[in-house]
Design a protein around this ligand. Sequence first.
Ligand code: G6P
Length: 609
Amino acid sequence: MCGIVGYIGNEQAAPILLDGLEKLEYRGYDSAGLAVYDGTDIRVMKATGRLKVLSELSHGGAMLPGCAGIGHTRWATHGMPSDTNAHPHFNKDESIVVVHNGIIENYLKLKKLLETRGYQFVSQTDTEVVAHLLDYYYQGDPMEAIVKVMQRVEGSYALGILFKDHPEEMYAVRKDSPLIVGKCAHGSIIASDVPAVLKYTRDVFFIQNEEIVRLEKENIAFFNIDKEEIQKESTRIEWDVNAAEKGGYEHFMLKEINEQPKAVRDTLNPRIKDGRIVIEELGMTPEEVAAIRKIYVVACGSAYHTGVTAKYVFEGLARIPVEVDLASEFRYRNPILDEGTMVIIVSQSGETADSLAALREAKKHPGVRVLGIVNVVGSSIAREADHVMYTWAGPEIAVATTKAYSTQLIAFYLLAIRFAQDRGKLSEAEAGNLIKELQRLPEQIEMLLANKERIQRFANRYVAAREIFFIGRGIDYAISLEGSLKLKEISYIHSEAYAAGELKHGTISLIEEGTLVTALLTQEDLYKKMISNIVEVQTRGAFVLAVTNVGNTEIEKASDYVIYIPKTNPYFTNSLAVIPLQIFSYYVAIGKGCDVDKPRNLAKSVTVE
Ligand code: G6P
């Protein structure tokens, strides 16, 4: 979702802004713009569509000379994607310019008020309200105007601001939308996320809610809402710069699919010591774990799907009741949050607006523990949760998650085994066997990846499919949900996932001659039930792709195409079965010529409701 980059220093700003925005392309956007102070005026250029349109228009930034500027990629919320609605937005005499990520929820009220005071709006955006409101309050002191605006606006924002009569300064502020700041040899920089600044610095400051930053060429100062200067510690980013580059792969998604063995190993290995699970960062005693009466797993998108799997694993191993909720539902449904409840918020970005709001809702209730399973270090969810367990997937750039999803599953398996032991539901020996199975997963994923050509060939046959169904029971239902989402989000083919037992209650009427049904059969105890469901769809003309455990060869009689996954414990099959489904989706989307890394209308980090 919207990307912000700002620079003030000795170098030309526009090329740095374009380069930074390119690193944030993964967030999803539909238009882009730049504002640069040229020594006399602030000049703006905007373009609908991809960043390369803006880059060509501005001749790689050369048309916008100057050493202070802000840039933006916009993911439309208020007002369609257009040059007018693209950021940056000016005040009336073009002396203040603003880029914004987030939503100003009371913008209509503020807009009316400003209109009665003579302000005219040119765009349909909520952001323009900020530019005019800054103008309204500005009396020569930028900080004063910013604080007054912060007191009037409701909603979420990360803002980059330039004031023409303070040309040596750039301002930034945030509430509930991410923003980081970095200092490099030749200047100071702001951005929505780390990849945009990595080329210039590895030491970044994570801006907290309602903190204001004043950036100058040589200096960065932080203030609270009372305009008092505050001290902040920087965080060293340890990633390899190449981790955020394609590294020879055609797409980030393919690179990230292939990084899964490493991501899984990195998440698993540090938590296994002498054959036992040690989750130091959890900071809970076995007695505290034993006192948990109920778990809610709350998340969005694919992270929610890992929660659906976790329900089966936690309930099966640790015998703790688990409810899985979509964060957007949980936050408004007044859930029962008693003493003894644990709420697990799962998020790759750690910034998803609904997941963050759900976390805050949970934290209002005394006696409730909130655990964040998060990939981005220092993100809002990581900071605000009572306990954090990091997934060590590294930076994930493709909008459709693959390696973060796989590491979230690992985090859940580790927690479930540890909780089961702490609650006396699993012996040392049983836990030891499960751990051994977990340690084999990276190698088994490698085996599946080595076989991708066969899936690629199969995918090529389904490039023209109108719809594709996924069915499964138990954990296989959870895998189906993810397989279906992956396919539809990147290939735009309509797809549904169903608990196979539900087929007869409606879905089966959609099956026609040749409809592809992907059937998941990794749960041996449900195998026979699944065969019956497969026969039912086949009888009605479906073409059945079965994904099952190696050795289940009799499935070849009941289906049209089979993909085998290596044998593992039934609780862990999701980690293997999802791999061919990711590869299938990827190649169907490639076959259709889709932009797999940046699917239309989608954003990587959904920082608005
Ligand atoms: C977006 C992404 C998904 C992701 C979901 C939740 O929709 O495209 O891949 O699963 O957000 O994001 P989070 O960062 O909270 O895991």
